[in-house]
Design a protein around this ligand. Structure first.
Ligand SMILES: CCCCCCC/C=C/C(=O)SCCNC(=O)CCNC(=O)[C@H](O)C(C)(C)COP(=O)(O)OP(=O)(O)OC[C@H]1O[C@@H](n2cnc3c(N)ncnc32)[C@H](O)[C@@H]1OP(=O)(O)O
Length: 715
């Protein structure tokens, strides 16, 4: 799947042909080897240009091949043969040159890029390293610090930055292939010695050891247990300290370890799942490919608190005209200032025009009358939202979509307040709404598929990973969080401290443990929800409520005004209210001891394994219930919600993928074990779907849907 043609009399033009991104599948590699051999041996060809069809140079190695035995010519000798050619080879880069695609271009003698192309070595994001010579060639070309940055972060750069860094020779905003052909004609006969990157020395920093020690420390800290970034540093170090051939050997050794690792499998699963969740479906059978979204150009946001501000910014940055409504004059003023500041700062950072002019502000609800879509982001209070939806139903045009940003309230109930329940969906953003990538699009039984399609399309326009889910308490993300948080509280009752629990969860890879996280978001948030659910009994210590085990610890802290970071005290102590550094709090430790003594609880030592199993398996178990109830269409939906919204470490693939890697029989067995020890905790009761999967032989995760769909009696 590569074609050779002769252009301009003497240029051999090799075109990669493998839609959609010309990934380097076995067939493409075979095509490149074959066309290069023909070009080199054809006396009419004096120079060569390599390009990709349909405006994309190459999206890298074919990731779908990684799971199976690789066939076809390997990449490394293929790229060496290009570099060794005695005729100049020019890469004509349009669209993307990523991973193996950029490594192919680095094997060419020259690189001409279109101004809009994106280039990079994102292998690290797939649990790999640039093992087609990229880790050895890039540092030789642009120096160690810049190469380390690109290789360890995997970030994509613009053609302008690539030119500045020195791995692109020319940038054009005209026809790139034509520019490359002209260039190829102009360099015929010139020496290629200095153009073969593998033969260049690697520009070495003065104190290599100090440089790599510092980088390694930083990378290990931010990697949160991911192994690929560390291997990337080791590979670049080999480039800086070893001759090319030995560096290549080291690159291959490091890649061999990464290639078969569980982390690489998890990260590649995330790559495909992130794309798969946009192909949503509903239990009714409605699907992404049978429903066209309605065009939305005018949006409205109601409420200018933290969430409303972020949502306004996200909509304006996506190019929509937005009206933001806030009935409290002070809040409106503060909100307007905050939104304008965020938009100005983002425009400066990105070097684009500010979207400030796209936002209007009003105190009057009537101002939303001509919007195509309204997102309500007022205080989390059902009575207030009921009232608002009634008003919106009469103010807005009949086909306007009415969305709520509630994180837990009943969407169906809100829909029933309107004359158009089919036009009501949840758009659950995560704070800060203009930064966080996740959007849960929540449909009720009466939501029209077109309403879901429209909200999903809008999410995509805002750059979100949007996941369509059914309506239930807490939807997917927060519903699964409840047993996780409850288990953490039970562990405190049994002898753990916030520090030991958080340490175990951070060791697993979360950026923050559950207690540091609740201090950050505010303990009063959950307290309000528990009050509304009738669970809070002020001053009371009873540990059974509504017929099941309950821990009043969070309520007791709130009753003391300990709301977390904002009050300077929560599960931890903070220097001043609002400061971020959490310190162990001796008061809290004595409080826990007294609490246990008063409850007659015997404190015991709890290790990391128990913390991780109880918190994570309880969360995963709820995920199985969610799949069983068709609240989420598949495990990928749950996993992307957790990776993009809840800090689940990406290299562990999301909770359901993690369960599949641990082994479903093991998860089931540990849940049963803990349930026997804690029979009063319903969320430790293994989900019937987990049972069914195990008794169906624990199929791989991509086959779970077959078991989910199967009628139970068929098993
Ligand atoms: C031991 C032997 C191994 C040697 C390996 C040597 C080292 C080299 C390793 C690599 O090259 S790993 C791959 C590195 N490349 C990437 O990470 C790029 C991945 N792709 C993207 O970032 C984007 O797809 C894009 C190229 C920027 C295009 O983005 P766009 O938004 O236009 O389209 P998408 O929806 O993302 O993709 C469309 C479609 O194509 C599939 N796809 C994309 N890239 C690849 C790929 N490299 N391999 C296989 N498939 C790819 C993508 O999954 C989409 O399909 P669906 O999933 O929606 O069906």
């Amino acid at each position: 799947m590569a074609e050779l043609s002769l252009v301009s009399g003497s240029v051999g033009l090799i075109t990669l042909q493998s839609p959609p991104v010309n990934a380097l599948s076995a067939a493409v590699r075979r095509g490149i080897v074959d066309t290069m051999q023909r070009a080199v041996s054809d006396p009419k060809v004096r120079s060569v240009v390599i390009c990709g069809q349909n405006g994309v140079f190459c999206g890298g190695a074919d990731i779908r091949e990684f799971g199976s035995t690789m066939t076809g010519p390997p990449l490394v000798p293929m790229i060496h043969a290009i570099e060794a050619a005695d005729k100049p080879v020019v890469a004509a880069i349009e669209g993307s040159a990523l991973g193996g695609g950029l490594e192919l271009a680095l094997g060419c003698h020259y690189r001409i890029s279109h101004a809009k192309a994106r280039l990079g070595l994102p292998e690290v994001t797939l649990g790999l390293l640039p093992a087609a010579g990229g880790s050895q060639r890039l540092p030789r070309l642009i120096g160690v610090p810049a190469a380390l940055d690109l290789i360890t972060t995997g970030r994509h750069v613009t053609a302008a930055e690539a030119l500045k860094l020195g791995f692109v020779d020319q940038v054009t905003d005209q026809n790139t292939v034509e520019a490359a052909v002209q260039f190829a004609l102009s360099v015929v006969g010139q020496s290629l010695e200095s153009r073969r990157i593998s033969s260049l020395p690697c520009p070495c920093p003065v104190d290599v050891d100090a440089l790599f020690e510092g980088v390694m420390q930083r990378v290990r800290q931010s990697a949160r247990g991911a192994i690929a970034p560390v291997a990337c540093v080791q590979a670049v170090r080999a480039a800086a300290t070893l001759p090319y051939a030995q560096g290549m050997q080291r690159e291959q050794e490091l890649m061999a370890t990464l290639f078969t690792s569980g982390q690489a499998r998890a990260l590649q699963y995330c790559f495909f799942s992130q794309r798969a969740v946009s192909r949503w479906s509903m239990p009714s059978g409605a699907r992404w490919d049978t429903c066209k979204p309605k065009p939305v150009t005018k949006a409205a946001v109601i409420g200018l608190g933290t969430m409303g501000r972020g949502i306004t910014v996200a909509l304006a940055q996506a190019g929509l005209s937005v009206v933001a409504v806030e009935t409290q004059p002070q809040q409106l003023k503060a909100g307007q200032r905050a939104v304008s500041d965020m938009l100005e700062r983002a425009a400066q950072r990105l070097g684009v025009p500010s979207a400030v002019q796209g936002v209007r502000y009003s105190q009057e609800l009537q101002a939303v009358a001509d919007a195509h879509l309204v997102i309500e982001a007022v205080f989390e209070d059902m009575a207030l939202k009921e009232q608002l939806f009634k008003q919106l139903s009469s103010i807005c045009k009949p086909d306007t979509l009415l969305c709520t940003n509630t994180s837990a309230l009943d969407i169906d109930h809100l829909a029933s307040q309107t004359h158009r329940p089919q036009q009501v969906v949840g758009m659950h953003f995560f704070a800060p709404a203009h930064v966080m990538k996740l959007l849960e699009v929540v449909y009720g039984p009466r939501s029209a598929p077109q309403a879901v399609a429209t909200a999903m399309a809008l999410g995509k326009r805002m750059g979100k990973v949007s996941v369509a889910v059914g309506n239930c308490r807490g939807f997917v993300g927060n519903r699964m969080l409840m047993p996780y948080v409850e288990e953490a509280l039970f562990l405190l009752e049994e002898g753990a401290t916030p520090e030991t629990v958080d340490h175990a969860l951070e060791e697993f890879g979360f950026p923050m443990g559950v207690f540091r996280m609740s201090d950050l978001s505010g303990l009063d948030v959950g307290w309000r929800v528990r009050k509304a659910a009738g669970l809070v009994e002020p001053g009371k210590m009873s540990r059974v409520r509504q017929g099941r085990r309950y821990s009043p610890l969070g309520d007791l802290l709130c009753e003391q005004g300990r709301f977390g970071q904002k009050t300077g005290q929560g599960w931890y102590l903070y220097e001043t209210p609002g400061s971020r550094e959490a310190r162990p709090d001796p008061w809290l430790h004595s409080f826990l001891e007294e609490y246990r003594a008063r409850q007659g609880l015997v404190s015991r030592r709890i290790d990391s394994q128990e913390v991780q199993e109880r918190c994570l398996y309880a969360l995963i178990n709820e995920g199985f219930n969610i799949l069983q109830e068709s609240i989420a269409a598949g495990p990928e939906d749950i996993d992307m919600i957790y990776v993009f919204g809840y800090g689940w470490p990406r290299h562990r693939g999301g909770p359901m993928f993690y369960a599949s890697q641990v082994g479903l029989p093991r998860v089931l067995q540990r849940l049963e074990h803990y349930q026997q020890l804690h029979p009063d905790v319903p969320h430790l009761q293994p989900s019937s779907l987990l049972w069914r999967l195990v008794s169906s032989g624990s199929p791989p995760i991509h086959r779970w849907r077959e078991v989910i769909r199967k009628p139970h009696s068929a098993l």
